[in-house]
Design a binder for this molecule. Structure first.
Ligand SMILES: Nc1ncnc2c1ncn2[C@@H]1O[C@H](COP(=O)(O)OP(=O)(O)OP(=O)(O)O)[C@@H](O)[C@H]1O
Ligand SMILES: [Mg+2]
Length: 264
């Protein structure tokens, strides 16, 4: 038998998504390998969130196939679909928490829907998830209005981890955080990915995240993957958008900040 590389965890093949006469994703193909953190970048409005939402079945596609764990998502019955959905967790870009529920109750929400755990056990599992993302028992009892932006992101991450997923979808997890909180959050994602063996699909604008936590980067431009590879490969790319993003003014400032040089 010929040895085959492990099957990708997510396989997007020839996917087209549009709204009216606007085509956002145009026969786009992309594989996400098991155990990697794939950073997904592209201009604002290029369709990053649309791809994420299409993969998880919230938006319809006009063409193409999407396989997760080797299963074509269009060929599942309801039970199979639910079983696969339980194997991923999502942190949405504008993923608001339920404002009338505490942090812990927000994490319990998904468990209540999918698992049948005794109340007390569920409470303690939710508390563990919150501890995993660095929140204290006191924070667990807070309402969303009592949480800072960074804490809110952590609760949303704990909620995404509620069902012990194998894949994490993160849409701009560090947007709105100061650089230090963002770096802490990146480190947390890396630690969780390593300890839990997660595969992570992360939409981000954050150049620092791309440099520090992503194994590979995929660039979306004109509805297709314009570049795919390591950061080193991105720095070599001659693609117009990739070049200006990874080697433009902001990238240079970041480089100087990381190497401790002047930032003026
Ligand atoms: N449900 C929808 N109905 C109609 N148009 C939509 C819908 N969702 C997204 N779009 C359009 O698709 C395009 C891509 O949107 P998307 O949210 O994927 O951008 P993005 O790359 O995530 O941008 P950002 O970096 O600003 O979050 C935009 O023009 C948007 O208006
Ligand atoms: Mg988006």
């Amino acid at each position: 038998m010929i040895a085959r590389a492990a099957e990708p965890v997510i396989r997007v093949d020839g996917v087209t998504v549009g709204f009216g006469d606007r085509v956002v994703l145009d026969t786009l193909s992309l594989d996400v390998e098991k155990g990697e953190i794939l950073g997904f970048v592209g201009g604002s409005g290029s369709g990053k969130s649309v791809l994420l939402r299409t993969i998880i079945g919230l938006l319809p596609k006009r063409a193409g196939t999407i396989e997760v764990f080797g299963r074509d998502l269009d060929r599942l019955d309801d039970g199979e679909r639910q079983a696969i959905q339980r194997r991923w967790g999502v942190l949405f870009q504008h993923g608001a928490l339920f404002s009338s529920l505490t942090a812990r109750q927000n994490v319990e929400f998904a468990m209540r829907e999918h698992l049948h755990l005794p109340e007390q056990l569920m409470n303690s599992v939710a508390a563990t998830k919150l501890a995993m993302v660095g929140l204290s028992a006191r924070d667990a009892g807070k309402l969303p209005s009592e949480l800072s932006g960074g804490m809110t992101k952590r609760v949303a991450l704990a909620r995404a981890l509620a069902l012990d997923p194998e894949i994490l979808f993160l849409d701009e997890p560090t947007s709105g955080l100061d650089p230090i909180s963002a770096a802490d959050f990146d480190a947390l994602i890396r630690t969780l990915q390593q300890t839990l063996g997660l595969t992570v699909f992360m939409v981000t604008h954050d150049l620092e995240s791309l440099h520090t936590v992503c194994d590979r980067v995929a660039v979306l431009a004109d509805g297709k993957i314009a570049a795919l590879g390591t950061i080193a490969a991105m720095l070599q790319s001659e693609h117009r958008w990739v070049k200006s993003y990874f080697r433009g003014r902001r990238a240079k400032l970041l480089e100087r900040r990381i190497s401790g040089g002047p930032t003026g």
